[in-house]
Write a protein that binds this ligand. Structure first.
Ligand SMILES: [Zn+2]
Length: 407
């Protein structure tokens, strides 16, 4: 049982911050009171933490991470070392992400369900996880890592990323396979990509009817969300028409597809951190560098338009393709492209929780919800970029348990 007192409360609902707030948390890690006015009198054994007027916000949710990846170049090469080492590297990335203020994360390819279970069991510290496990792609598509030589790099990995489907029937079977492996979310490749050597973001990926079969199969299994990797215009449109829950990246979205997203209620996860991070020339293969320059510029223009038109935005970084542990950089990028600072916080809390289907328990600081919280050194509404530095996240609480305390 804990009470946080003297807090400036940003509750994640988008309402004006409240000064002098108290947040009371019960023994089950649930919030019993949040706001001004007296909470219950603290019991003698209760921990009381005085925040000295600092801002408390909901724990952030990153909807697009690859914890199994340390650098984008690892996607293009066979792993040089052991599965055990890769596991410990992943554990370190999970911990680094948690202390940066991310209390829940969705891994969209490359992590098996055992990591989720390990976090739940308290064997490793990290964000509460949802996992896609493998990415469903057609032969030669974004998640087919078979090189032109015929060597399949994916087959050499301890944890494969690829689930191939080339017909409507195979798309259903692929969905059932990843669900059998424990997937919380289904990841589909609706277009080619920037990091894949043999395709382009403008190439279409799975066909609309194949993705529609996947959406249907996901619906028949507890309504799991379907996340579509989609960068070029026509593939984004195909995915929205197929009924996916979120468009990941969305760099080349056109005006008509923005209309369609608004009509369907599709959420955009623009992964601006990755779009904006241009690697040093020479640090990655030239094809990747050239694609990145072109698609980064397009993303800034078209995502800004989607934000202006009111497409719902959820926070996702594609960390793994970029560095881990600076996830809240994304907030400043979202503000650069037109969201208000409060809107960016909602994208990382309330909207993200809704996308993950976790909004009954997470996403806002309200009675009845789990106490996932961060305390900021600075005022995020006047300098949102400061949250990118993990040192400015003073305290992190996950389901009522303190996992970082630098107050
Ligand atoms: Zn990704």
């Amino acid at each position: 049982m804990t009470q946080l007192i003297n807090a400036r409360l940003i509750d994640g609902t988008g309402t004006t911050p409240v000064d002098g707030a108290t947040i009371a948390i019960d023994a089950f890690g649930r919030i019993t009171h949040a706001g001004t006015g007296p909470g219950a009198m603290p019991a003698p054994d209760e921990t009381v933490i005085d925040l000295g007027g600092r801002t408390v916000a909901p724990g952030f949710i990153d909807c697009h991470v690859h914890f199994g990846l340390g650098h984008v170049s690892e996607l293009l090469e066979p792993p040089p070392h052991w599965a055990s080492l890769a596991t410990f590297q992943t554990a370190e990335r999970l911990r680094r992400t948690l202390v940066a203020g991310v209390t829940t994360a969705r891994d969209l390819g490359g992590l098996d369900a055992g990591y989720r279970e390990a976090v739940t069991a308290g064997l490793v510290e990290g964000p509460r996880l949802q996992v896609a496990i493998r990415m469903i792609s057609h032969t030669g598509g974004h998640a087919d890592f078979t090189q032109p030589s015929g060597i399949d790099i994916d087959a050499l990995r301890p944890q494969p990323w690829t689930e191939i489907a080339d017909t409507v029937g195979e798309a259903r079977i692929a969905t059932r396979r990843v669900i059998r492996a424990g997937a919380d979310v289904i990841k589909v490749c609706a277009t080619g990509g920037v990091s894949s050597p043999t395709d382009q973001p403008d190439d279409e990926g799975l066909a609309t009817d194949e993705m529609a079969a996947i959406v249907d199969e996901a619906l028949r299994h507890r309504g799991r969300p379907v996340a579509a990797h989609a960068q070029g215009t026509s593939g984004i449109r195909n995915a929205v028409l197929a009924g996916v829950t979120s468009i990941e990246h969305g760099y080349g979205i056109d005006d008509e597809t923005i209309d369609l997203m608004l009509e369907h209620g599709t959420i955009l996860v623009p992964t601006l951190t990755t779009a904006a991070t241009i690697p040093e020339p020479g640090s990655v293969p030239d094809f990747l560098y050239q694609k990145k320059i072109r698609w980064s510029a397009l993303a800034m223009e078209r995502v800004a338009e989607a934000i202006r038109r009111g497409v719902p935005i959820a926070l996702g970084t594609d960390s793994g393709v970029t560095s881990h542990g600076h996830n809240l950089r994304e907030l400043a990028y979202l503000v650069d492209l037109g969201l208000s600072p409060m809107g960016a916080i909602e994208a990382g809390t309330r909207v993200a929780a809704r996308l993950l289907g976790l909004d009954t328990d997470l996403g806002t600081i309200e009675p009845g919800k789990l106490a996932d919280l961060v305390v900021c050194r600075t005022d995020p509404l006047h300098g949102i970029a400061s949250l990118a530095d993990p040192d400015n996240i003073l305290l992190v609480m996950q389901a009522g348990r303190l996992v970082k305390d630098r107050l």
